[in-house]
Design a protein around this ligand. Structure first.
Ligand code: 6PG
Length: 225
């Protein structure tokens, strides 16, 4: 039985899928290949399901992640697994997915190869869809990470990240790489995240609330209670 909260979040996810499909179609009119960057976590699932049913030339769409946990791609915590199971299905199964992991034991040893892989994608992205955690992180730009300053300042495409607040080592697209898009979207649910966003909008220290990095440029916020 869906609650009104669930229905509202599903409605929002479907509107976001409409927006993203239109943005991809607009770029496909003038580019052979287009790029979609999505985030993992729990919020995007209904969005991915709605987008997967859109009639697009998906074989011309490259898909990658804003960040990834450094786990096997069949691990329950893998964002790649989430994308493969909920977005790259149905009509969208034809899209070309580019993971952010390698067979290396750590992201520090794999990051150079992943950066080359990401840099070779058809930037600027048509759309970058960001999530946000309760600590104001986005992608794997965590306020308690020693690599945050590097990830905010580097021109490299990806950065290996560790943070006390998360159990797994991570790899994230850098702020500069994530900024390179025609459309940015922030997709969040719940009152707690609305309050974090309100705090973020009230200041400019991105090291305190890394989402602020993306609030100094146009970004479409999709929020449901
Ligand atoms: C990840 C995500 C991360 C996510 C936020 C929000 O790998 O976890 O990329 O940045 O967007 O943590 O996650 P929820 O949607 O689960 O709240």
């Amino acid at each position: 039985m869906m609650t009104s909260i669930d229905e509202g979040r599903r409605y929002l996810a479907e509107r976001l899928a409409d927006t993203v499909a239109k943005a991809l179609e607009a770029d496909l009119a003038s580019r052979e290949r287009v790029l979609l960057v999505v985030s993992g976590g729990s919020t995007p699932k209904p969005f991915f399901s709605a987008l997967a049913s859109k009639a697009l030339p998906w074989s011309r769409v490259d898909v990658t992640l804003a960040d990834e946990r450094w786990v096997a791609d069949d691990d329950a915590d893998s964002n790649a697994r989430l994308v493969r199971e909920t977005l790259l299905v149905g009509l969208a199964a034809e899209a070309c997915f580019h993971s952010l992991t390698t067979d290396d034991d750590t992201p520090e040893t794999g990051v150079e190869a992943v950066s080359a892989r990401v840099a070779a994608l058809p930037w600027p992205a048509s759309v970058v869809v960001l999530g946000m955690g309760g600590d104001g992180h986005t992608a794997s730009l965590f306020p308690d990470s020693e690599q945050l300053a590097t990830a905010l300042e580097t021109t490299e495409a990806t950065v290996a990240v560790r943070a006390p607040s998360v159990p797994q080592a991570r790899i994230t697209l850098s702020a500069a790489r994530l900024a390179d898009a025609h459309l940015h979207v922030l997709h969040i649910n719940g009152e707690d995240k609305r309050r974090v966003l309100a705090d973020a909008l009230g200041g400019d220290d991105a090291r305190q609330l890394p989402i602020r990095t993306f609030l100094a440029q146009p970004i479409a916020t999709y929020w449901a209670p």
